[in-house]
Design a protein around this ligand. Structure first.
Ligand code: EPZ
Length: 427
């Protein structure tokens, strides 16, 4: 175990490369195993423990998967043979449930543990399961597993109750090799869904309409591996933009698709940040003090829930009061930790009322989930004095080289290994 130490108060300056999108990579690595011909070579795969977990799950199912010396990920699905996913691996991460779509499409049989509770509230997979049965699978829930079977999935017209990213991805994976046409209505429109569709089509699938709320998938008999490069991570980009904004910094982000950040950019501009685009670069220049801004999280293209926590952190030091409404998950547990740093935040159900304070002070804080980790780090970068962040392994799930990138921008941040149990209870 380790902790991050941040000495706050230094404005971030310089430029930073944004990595490939974690949530795109998780879907595409699984989809790559749909191919029974050739291999896929995936570029811009971010290093993080969630991606490592999905690779382990696929390997355990029989898929050949390895990195070459250029850190490109090779995936060969021909050897996929096991239809039972390991509880030990799946329990680590909810996106592991994508293996169900893969197994049903490839083997007509899947036994995958149901993901359990989560630090950002109840996250059921009922839409995924309903979709599999609409595609003709016989599904039962038994002993904590979803057990599903079919001779071959059959295309169907499926309405997804909420525009769920995971359901859309899982059903796209499953329907690609189904017999006939599937239409997903009320599909998620996130860039990661579009990235998956482009990848699948490159493999020989017939997916139309990704990026709209109606996706049509004409099933094909076989897919082949291709070379592909994953889109940049819009959430990592947004996180660094907010880190620059709260510290009074001036930062250039490289390898960004500004279009994917349209609403977060608008909100940052409302807060007084100057954002300039130039090709795949974004320059972020902070004002002397941020202005308060109200935000409501919504499915894409709305303000992403994955930036809610970092945004609240930035608003803690803004001039005025911000009202932040979270409509996707139960994601306010981390505000207790921000309060320990001097933030003035009240929460009522799914709303946080953030009264900007002139100063935050460093404190020992506990990371509850990935984006909470980013939020606490952002607050710490602007706080006076030293912050110790515990539970930093959670940040490692989805941010590649987190502290190295911040350090390259001038932040005073380093990691300390915790060895003795005594050190673990110092807070
Ligand atoms: C994806 O989660 C992302 N994860 C999340 O990223 C992200 O916060 C979320 O989409 C929203 O953008 C990955 O891509 C791996 P949903 P997902 O299905 O797919 C409800 C991060 O920090 N729902 O779009 O699980 C659900 O409870 C994370 O990187 C059901 O009720 O989210 C939520 O309220 C965490 N039943 C809403 O729908 C279901 O079967 C949308 O969730 C599925 C979802």
């Amino acid at each position: 175990m380790s902790r991050l130490i941040i000495e706050g108060g230094k404005p971030l300056r310089g430029s930073v490369d944004i990595s490939g999108a974690k949530n795109s990579a998780l879907a595409i690595v699984v989809a790559a195993a749909l191919a029974t011909e050739g291999e896929s070579v995936l570029d811009n795969i971010p290093q993080g423990s969630d991606v490592a977990t999905i690779c382990q799950i696929l390997e355990d199912l029989g898929v050949e998967i390895w990195y070459d010396e250029d850190r490109r990920l090779h995936v060969r699905g021909q050897t996929l043979r096991k239809h039972q996913a390991s509880y030990e691996l799946v329990r680590k991460m909810r996106a592991s449930f994508y293996s169900a779509g893969l197994l049903l499409a490839r083997l007509g049989k899947a036994e995958v543990p149901l993901p359990g509770g989560c630090a950002i509230g109840s996250r059921p997979v009922d839409f995924h399961i309903k979709g599999f049965s609409q595609l003709g699978a016989d599904v039962v829930i038994e002993h904590g597993y979803m057990k599903a079977e079919t001779t071959r999935l059959k295309g169907a017209h499926i309405y997804i109750n909420r525009a769920s990213v995971g359901t859309t991805i899982n059903l796209m994976i499953a329907a690609s090799l189904a017999e006939g046409t599937t239409v997903l209505e009320n599909a998620a429109k996130e860039p990661e869904v579009v990235d998956l569709a482009i990848f699948l089509n490159g493999m020989g699938a017939k997916v139309r309409g990704a990026g709209t709320d109606s996706i049509r998938i004409d099933g094909v008999d076989q897919l082949r591996g291709i070379e592909y490069s994953i889109i940049p991570d819009r959430i990592e980009a947004g996180t660094f933009m907010l880190a620059a904004a709260i510290t009074g910094g001036d930062v250039v982000l490289r390898n960004v698709v500004a279009e994917h950040l349209r609403v977060p950019i608008v909100k940052m501009e409302e807060a007084g940040v100057t954002v300039t685009r130039s090709g795949t670069e974004l320059r972020v220049v902070a004002p002397e003090r941020l202005r308060s801004v109200d935000v409501e999280t919504l499915p894409y293209p709305g303000f992403p829930t994955d930036l809610q926590q970092p945004f609240v952190a930035a608003m803690c030091l803004a001039d005025g009061t911000s009202v932040v409404r979270e409509t996707i998950f139960d994601r306010f547990r981390y505000v207790d930790e921000l309060r320990r740093m001097g933030a003035d935040i009240k929460t009522e159900q799914n709303t946080a009322i953030v009264r900007g304070v002139p100063q935050l002070t460093g404190a020992p804080v506990e990371i509850t989930d990935l984006r909470a980790g980013a939020a606490l780090a952002i607050a710490a970068l602007a706080a006076q004095g030293r912050t110790e962040l515990y539970g930093v392994e959670i940040i490692d799930r989805g941010y590649e080289l987190f502290e190295a990138k911040l350090r390259s921008l001038g932040a005073n941040i380093y990691r300390e290994q915790l060895t003795s149990p005594k050190e673990l209870v110092t807070r």
